[in-house]
Design a protein around this ligand. Sequence first.
Ligand code: MRU
Length: 366
Amino acid sequence: MKINGTPTRTIWPAADGQAVEIIDQTRLPHEFVTVRLETLADAAHAIKAMLVRGAPLIGATAAYGMALAAKANPSDLALTVSYNVLHSTRPTAINLKWALDEMIKALGGIPESDRVAVAWQRAAEIADEDVAINSAIGDNGAKLIKAAWDQAKARGATQVNVLTHCNAGWLATVDWGTALAPVYKAFDAGIPVHVWVDETRPRNQGASLTARELNWHGVPHTVIADNTGGHLMQHGMVDLCIVGTDRTTRLGDVCNKIGTYLKALAAKDNNVPFYVALPSPTIDWTVADGVKEIPIEERDVTEQTHMTGKNADGAIVTVQVTPDGSPAGNWGFDVTPARLVTGLITERGVCPASPEGLATLFPEHA
Ligand code: MRU
């Protein structure tokens, strides 16, 4: 996507070929800062501290992390250690393991002297594949927004309203995004789309990142408190919901940012279509029941007890919002059962959230 006319990805090889560069997403929306990752430790830190985040981008960063690790030591033992270091950074998004497995597949069985070049090449392919997949998701999902717009227009509406949760835009991927790719494609095709942006406490990925990128692209949007969606749906102010996912099971259960489940329940109660946009590397074919089997990240409670933002003088400040001594809990993700999901928007098309639905698009896994 473009920032002020400049095509920008979230991760790219440095010009000197010795590192990769990323946007430090902990500084957004107020500051645009890029960071150079030179080592395995740099890549692991970037994922763990959420300088990069979002399932597909976590995967791409891990792939480049393996390339940086191979540069330092391409031995089998070093690659195994690197795999484990990167794999332990965040537990929920399956793209992390998928990308690491892809790197091991590419590097296993080839001479150590070839590994650095092959690792860089495979990491770059994983990044490019993510862009192509998300662009196709955008094309497939834009048709749903177009259909919703046709219906809204027939009722006399002047725009089609999409509600999204967390950030599943281009900042969460290498480019395009998953849930927001259909929005960008629809907007670029002239459809008057407006996005309700859930703030997404505790880390506010909606307020800080989704709003930031929609704003860069000129897409009309409104940031709302996380508890607002049900009210909007009751009043006919949401035509469809589109969210991303960090891991979707072979039965179609969808794990995504905490609060997604509540939006899906409200959507079901109000007959609002609830779609999940997902690249195929986000499907965990080894898992059936998402609620029982997907590990849910529990993060530092200071994310809950404190908030960070810009004060009137333009300084970035962090303030405590809970009383001293009140315990807090901070689960990062929840699971929306397949029965609440209208459809899965993938790079191969849209299917029901069910084993049969997934089998129609991905018969090789059926
Ligand atoms: O904790 P985060 O910011 O990594 O969580 C991101 C999300 O939950 C996204 O919605 C998900 O990764 C889908 S992204 C394309």
